[in-house]
Design a protein around this ligand. Sequence first.
Ligand code: NAD
Length: 270
Amino acid sequence: MDLLGDQAVLDSNALKGKTALICGASRGIGAATARIMAKAGANVIIASRSEGQLKSLLEELHALGNGQHRTLVMDLEETDSIEHTLQPILDDGPIHILVNNAGGPPGGPLLNATVDELAQPFTRHLHAAHTLVKLLTPGMIRANYGRIIQIISTSVREPIPNLGVSNTLRGAMASWAKSLSRELHPSITINNVLPGFTDTERLGSLAQSIHERTGQSIEAIHNGWMSQVPIERLIDPLETASVIAFLASPAAGAIRGVSLPVDGGRLRGI
Ligand code: NAD
C-alpha cells in the first residue's frame, strides 16, 4: 500500500493552510501522522522531547509537502512550561489541528502500581492534553476551525490484561474528550483514535517485556496477538495516521465525540 502516494486518503491540498501540532511525533503513530498530514498540504509542527530525533523527520516532511514545517522541543510531563514553549508559535497564528499523543505507560498488573506510577502517565497524557486544549482553542475559535484528536487505545472499550495503568488512563482520556465534545465551540471537533496492534517501537518493547516476564518467545507472543485480529497482520502506522488525518480534515466536521478503533477488527463488541 502506498499511503503516501497513489493510495493517499486525502488530496495533496486537503489540509492546505491548516497548521497541525503533533505531539509524540519523533516515531511511531505520531511520526506517521506528521508524514500523512505533510503530504495533505498542512503546515506541520512536530513535537517531542529532543530535537535530535525530529531533525531527519523534518527533512522528510519538507520533501513530502509544501507546507511550512518545524520542530518543537516540548516535554509533556512539564505541563507548567507548555504555555511558555508554545507562545512564540501562537503569536505567529492559530494552530488548527492538535494531535494529543505520547508514549504509553509501562505494562503490569494495576495493583502493583504505586500512586506515582499512576500520576506520571496522567500528567503526560491527560494534564498535557488539557493544558494544550485550553491554550489552542481560542485561536481555533478565531480561525473558525479546530480539530483535536487523541491517540489512545482500544482498552477504552475492553481493558487489556496487564496494562492496568494504561487501561485506567485511557478511560479517563475518553471521558475527558467526550465531556469536551459537548462544550467546545461548534467549529471544533474532538475525537479519539483507538489503535490496535500497530507496527511501532512501542509494540516491540511491549513484546520484549512480556518475553522477559514470562519466557514466551517473541514469535509466540506475536502469533498470540495475531490470533486475536481478523486481518491477521500488524497495522501499518500510516493506516492509523490516514484515519487521524481524515478526522483532521474539513470533510470530518460532523464527526464529534467518537472513539474510533483502528484495530484490524480485534474488538468484539458491537
Ligand atoms: P511510541 O512509544 O512509538 O511513540 C510515542 C511518542 O511519544 C514518541 O515520539 C516519544 O518520544 C513521545 N513521548 C513519550 N514521552 C513523551 C513526553 N513526556 N513528552 C513528549 N513526547 C513524549 O508509541 P506508538 O506506538 O506510536 O503509540 C502512540 C500511542 O498509542 C501511545 O500512547 C501508545 O501507548 C498507544 N497505542 C499504541 C499501540 C501500538 O500497537 N503501537 C496500541 C494501542 C495503543
